[in-house]
Every structure is written in C-alpha cells, then in structure tokens.
Design a protein around this ligand. Structure first.
Ligand code: ADP
Ligand code: ZN
Length: 721
C-alpha cells in the first residue's frame, strides 16, 4: 500500500502531496512521522492506494503513527474544497489544523481515565477523597481532568497514591456524552413565536433554514435550544458568529448554559489555548464549537446542528486562499452530517433571501421583538437643510435635542459613523448629488494620486469635479468627519458628558474592544462614538438613543451592494436602541432623505427593500443574476506582473470568444488601487451569467502563475479596489 502524505505543512514550498510506503496501522487521517529531506517530520495521510507512480526503490516507508488527527469528514472536505477553489490540498488542510500542531507539538489522542479499586479504605477525615471515591464507585470511571475539576487535583492524586484508584491512558472514545443539564444558565421559557421557529426548523425537510428575526426577537434563545437538543441526542453542534470577541454577552450565555462542553475558538486565545480547545473538540471532551469564520473547520464529528449567526456579515468571507464563503463550507458539513444549517439575521443578504424565496432554503420568521417591545422610531434629519442654514457641525438640530433629552434622563447614547475603507465618493452637500458611472450606475471613487474619479466595475476614469453638475454648488465633500473630530465637537457641546471612542485607533488588540465595551456597559460613560464596531450585536439596556451621523456614506460606496449594506447597517445600529424597558429613538442624518433604501430602513420594511433591490439587481444584471469574477495578478516587479496578466488575458480570451453570450463584461486593466504593500496589481475583470464557466476560469488563470507573480481568482469580491 502507498500512502499519500502531506508533510510539514507550515512551509509553503512543500505545498504538495508525497508518497510513502504504508506500514501497519496506517489509515487515512493518521498523523505520521516520515523521513523528509534528511529530517523526520510530521505528515498527514490523506489517502491509501495500491501501487504508485514513483519507482518503488524511491519510495520510503512511513516511520511511525502518531495519532488519528483528521476525521473522515475532514479528508472528504479537504478534497472537495481544494477542487472547488482550485487550491492545493496542503493549503486547504491548514484550515483544519491549529497552527500549533503544524509545528510538530506531539499530542496523543488519549486521555487519562481513573478507575476505582474496589474495597479501599478511605479515612473519614479525607472528605474530598472519600467523596471522589464514592463517585468513582458509582460512575465506574471518570476522566482524570473531570475528577480533578470536581474534587480537586490533590484528592484525585491521593486516591491513586493510596491504591484506591488507578489511572489508565486510554484512546479516547468519541461517543459524545449526554450529560445535558450542567451549567447554571437557566434557559428562558420559549415564547410561542420562538417555539414555532424551533419546531419549523426541526420539522423541515430542507437542510438550510433562514431564520429571519428582527433585532431583539430572541434568535439567540432559538439557537441555544437547537444546540441543547442536538446534545440531548448525543450529537455535537457548531455555532458560528462574526466576531466572537466583540460579543461578551453571547460568550457568557454559552458558558452559563453549556459550561465546559463549549469550546470557544476566538482570536483572543493564545496559540496554546486554541490548540487545547481544538483537542477537546477532537476527543469529544467538548461538543460545541463556538467561533468566528475559521471555526467552521472545527474537528467535530456527528454534528447535530450548525448555526451561523448574522449570516449577512462580510467577515464570513475569507480573503486569502482558498477564498471560501463560510456558509458554503457549513452547507457541505451539514450535508455530510445530515443536520440542519440555520442562517440567522435581522437583515439577510439579498442572495440568501432569494434562495429562501425560490424554495432552496426554508424561511422561518420572528417578526416581533420579545415582549412586543417596539422597534425604535427612526427620524430622518436632512443635512442639506442644516448646511444651508449654516450648521457646519456634524450634528443636526434634531440630534442635539434628542441627545440633551437622553443625557438629562441619565440614559446612554451611541453615535455611529459610517467608515469602511477610505475610498470616498463625491457628494454635493447642498443638493445631495453623487457622482456615478455613466455605464454602471455605481458611485465613483475619488483617487487622490491621479486626482480623478474611477468606476471600480468598468475601469472608466472621469475628471475631478469642481462644482456640482446638478445645482452648481461648490460644497463638494470627499471625506466625512472622523470619530476623533466628532468626539472633540461633542465634548465642546457637552463638557459634562463622559464620552468613549471606539474605532481602529482606540482598540489596539481585541482586548481593546472589550475594555471599551465593558466600560460602556458598566455605564462609566454616557456616549459611545464609534464606527462599524459599535453596530454588532451588543445589548446595552440603558441605550435609548442612537445617532447615525452619515447614513449616506455606505450608500454611495462604489459597490453594487452599497444599498444592501446601508439597509443592514441602519437596521443593526438602530437595533442597539431601546432594548430594555424604555423605548428607544434613532436619528438618521442624510444628504439624501428621499432615498428609497433609507425609506425602507426607517420603516423596518425588509420585504419592501428586498423587492426593490432584487428587481434592480435583475435589471442591471448584478449578483445573484450574474457572478463578478476578478483574476488578480500581483508581484513586486511591474513588468513581470503585466506580462503574467497578458498571459492570463490571452488564456481567458479563448474562453470568452467561445462563449461570448455568457459574458456581460470582460476586460483587463490595472486594479483601481494599483499598488498595495509594494506589490503591483493588475486584473482581468469579468461578469458572467453562467457559474459553469468557473472551473475553466480558475484552471486557465492559475496556470499562468510564476515564481514572482501570484495569480488568484475572486468570486463576487467584497471590494473591487
Ligand atoms: P436577537 O438575537 O434576535 O437580536 P436576543 O436573542 O438578543 O435577540 O434577545 C433579545 C432579548 O430578549 C435578550 O435580552 C434576551 O435575554 C431576551 N429573551 C430572549 N428570549 C426570551 C424569552 N423566551 N423570554 C424572555 N426574554 C427573552
Ligand atoms: Zn462603470
């Protein structure tokens, strides 16, 4: 037998599969020790086969078996993900393994189990020992870690020392435990609406369920109920959230409800801790994996439910190879395990909602907040009028009035600034005009180095404007106000107010976020000023006012999804207001008060928004009615990059010529941002109507890679800059 082995996968230059002669005990999924380049390294057996393409005298034997690190599901997924994204298996495998493991830290897939020795005599004064012994007799055996946790480490070891118990290293049985009921967190009694949602999901014949529930409708409780039921059935659960370190409430709830059965894989953990959590899952000691994007690869077996919360969130898309969509991987896993995938959101992405409309997914709705608490009122402040009145501050008269009222009552407020990237659109502050591409109907982006406006979808460049073509006004703005400036202006207006700022500058490291959120939650500040980060899932009961300072900024972002993103952001941010007894308010400042997206958002009309948006996508042939594909070539030497891109273009042109009717757009150009971190960027941009072309596009494009020039393919990229 020959074993296909991926070796020493921390080094990218050995990103391929090597063959070795299998020895006894080697199965697919084993971690093994193999000779490699004069050293002995770890490798992973991907497959066993008869025969080999190598001459037999060149095949070396595997030296030994370390453990069984990979599940059968992992092996299957590595293969299909590699095929789907045309990515080497070695690279894909990395997704499934904690970084520590790749450095060769040897850990066996065993644990210590304690057995009682019958008839031992424990002195009565050794209370914990006696209790532990009684427990062992009753239970038959217990993992050493569990016994030590319950009765103390010294009691456990004393029992062994006096011969009352013996410890045995055992290969871990992966039969999941069923001890549901541990943990102090009491579940809420489900409301009838939540109960209906749980039943609908469990009773559905479809794999994917879209749980569309307004903010504060109690989606979390639905997730936790589904997870608890999976555990009761002896299965495991996977719970994905966009950014776990930003949701301390969620963490607390999970810990309270599920205790140590939940392994939490978040970026705040040290490498060693991550490694330990990974093994707890792999051995079945923990059976709920909670985490962000990368947790979708958690080493669970027999998964009973997968939950993907805030499914619309952009962080679920990987920006490095393989450029996967978390939901796509989750679907593969749900299919493999025969379980449900629940996608939850108050503002589902247009693509996802369409799949629910066409019957590919089931749609489950929670249309009301818990206890019928009203959603906060959203009032629009017309900033054009403020400018005309001579108010040049970032705050409208209405917002100031509401702020004063809020502070006078001793409540808290959140002021939200819309900043994503620094690409800026041009907006006339007097009439609200926004510069758009004549062909593509998306906003143009200002590029200061060339002093021009560019369309990111067709590459067209336009001269800079000096006056508004609509009203002749000269109050054109490119950059909005920064958080720092807002805090300064705010402090001047309200010298007594305690203000916290949360943005990329104030939150070095993940702990930074937590510290600010904790301070705000403890009411150590009255106003929190922040960017996107403040929008996510927080539950601050004293917040009764939310101000959205520049609702337009994402509306005019040069992206076909800007309408969708704006709707999502407004809904999410507004959802932070009035979550407890007192009703909440929202002031939304805009230069474009008639805009349909804002109208739908103000009325919490997701259905109306969707209907309008999907019609627009259809008319303009944007996703989900077409796929935008970008092939990017990057490297340090511009001439080489340009040459590789030419080759890419020629290779793809053949595909294009043969199937022109399936292409809405096909062109090569410099990327709008030509250089990032010293790397030149050239691209071929396509919009296609048939996804069936993708494998060919990947194959042709990736074949053009060279040593110095990286080529990669992006599908519907999050940004085209
Ligand atoms: P969502 O995730 O839909 O925005 P949450 O899950 O955060 O909503 O729930 C909103 C609030 O309602 C939370 O404070 C939560 O504790 C509370 N809640 C949820 N379910 C129930 C219930 N069945 N009974 C009482 N309170 C509930
Ligand atoms: Zn264009």
């Amino acid at each position: 037998m020959t074993a296909e082995v991926i070796v020493d996968i921390a080094r990218s230059e050995v990103d391929r599969i090597f063959e070795y002669t299998a020895i006894d005990g080697v199965t697919a999924g084993c971690r093994v020790r193999v000779p490699f380049g004069g050293r002995t390294v770890d490798g992973y057996v991907m497959r066993l086969k008869e025969g080999s393409d190598c001459p037999p005298e060149r095949l070396k034997p595997i030296l030994s078996v370390v453990d069984e690190a990979l599940t059968p599901e992992c092996l299957a997924l590595v293969r299909s993900i590699s095929e789907r994204y045309h990515c080497p298996q070695a690279l894909t495998l990395r997704l499934f393994l904690p970084a520590e493991m790749r450095r060769g830290t040897v850990r066996e897939l065993t644990r210590s189990v304690v057995y009682p020795v019958a008839g031992a005599d424990i002195p009565a004064r050794a209370k914990s020992q006696a209790a532990a012994y009684a427990y062992l007799l009753e239970a038959g055996s217990a993992p050493l870690a569990a016994l030590a946790a319950r009765f103390g480490r010294s009691a456990a070891s004393a029992l062994v020392e006096r011969g009352a118990a013996r410890v045995q290293k055992e290969r871990v049985e992966r039969s999941p435990y069923t001890s549901v009921g541990e943990g102090a967190g009491a579940a809420h009694a489900l409301t009838p609406a939540q109960q209906r949602a749980v039943s609908a999901i469990e009773g559905s014949s479809k794999t994917v369920q879209l749980l569309h529930g307004v903010t504060g409708s109690g989606k979390t409780e639905v997730y936790l109920t589904l997870i608890a039921r999976a555990l009761q059935e002896g299965r495991t659960a996977l719970f994905l959230v966009p950014e776990i370190s930003l949701t301390p409430q969620m963490l607390r709830q999970l810990r309270e409800r599920f205790g140590s059965r939940a392994a939490i894989l978040h970026s705040g953990l040290s490498a060693g801790e991550k490694f330990d959590e990974w093994w707890r899952l792999r051995t079945g000691e923990a059976s709920i994996a909670v985490g962000a994007r990368s947790a979708v690869f958690a080493p669970l077996e027999n998964i009973g439910v997968i939950v993907l919360d805030e499914e619309h969130d952009g962080s679920y898309r990987s920006e490095t190879a393989p450029r996967y969509e978390t939901a796509a991987i989750a679907r593969l896993r749900a299919a493999y395990n025969g379980c449900k995938l629940v996608l939850g959101s108050a503002t589902p992405s247009v693509e996802t909602y369409r799949r629910a409309q066409t019957g590919e997914y089931d749609l489950v709705e929670l249309p009301e907040r818990i206890n019928r608490r009203p959603l906060p009122d959203i009032a629009i402040a017309d900033m054009r009028r403020e400018v005309r009145r001579g108010n040049d501050s970032p705050f409208s008269a209405l917002l100031r009035e509401e702020l004063e009222d809020c502070l006078a009552r001793g409540n808290q407020a959140i002021l939200f600034l819309n900043r994503r990237g620094y690409a800026q659109s041009v907006i006339c502050r007097e009439c609200g005009y926004v510069a758009k591409c004549e062909q593509c109907d998306v906003s143009l982006t200002y590029h200061s180095e060339e002093n021009c406006l560019k369309c990111h979808y067709c590459g067209a460049a336009y001269k800079m404007l000096t006056a508004c073509p609509e009203c002749g006004g000269t109050h054109l703005s490119y950059a909005g106000t920064g958080t720092q400036k807002v805090v300064g202006a705010l402090q001047k207006l309200y010298p007594q107010a305690r203000i916290l700022r949360m943005d990329a500058d104030t939150t070095a490291g993940k702990e930074g976020h937590l510290r600010i959120l904790r301070q705000f939650a403890a009411h150590e500040a009255d106003i929190l000023v922040g960017t996107q980060m403040v929008a996510k899932g927080h539950d601050f009961p004293s917040v009764t006012l939310v101000g959205i300072l520049d609702a337009d900024m994402s509306l005019h972002f040069s992206d076909y999804r800007s309408g969708e993103r704006t709707f999502q952001l407004i809904t999410q941010v507004a959802g932070r207001s009035g979550r407890a007894e007192e009703a909440g308010k929202v002031v939304l400042q805009t230069y474009d008060p008639e805009n349909y997206i804002l109208r739908f958002a103000v009325n919490y009309d997701y259905a109306g928004f969707y209907k309008h948006e999907i019609a627009l996508r259809k008319a303009t042939a944007f996703p989900p009615f077409a796929t935008i594909v970008r092939v990017m070539a990057t490297g340090e030497e511009e001439a080489k990059v340009a040459e590789v891109l030419k080759a890419v273009y020629r290779a793809l042109e053949e595909v294009y010529r043969r199937d022109q009717s399936k292409f809405l757009f096909f062109n090569k150009m410099k990327a709008p941002v030509k250089r990032i971190q010293n790397k030149f960027r050239y691209q071929v941009l396509m919009r296609i109507t048939d996804e069936g072309l993708l494998p060919l596009i990947y194959e042709r494009a990736l074949a053009c890679r060279t040593r110095d020039v990286l080529v990669y393919v992006e599908e519907n990229p999050a940004s085209l800059s």
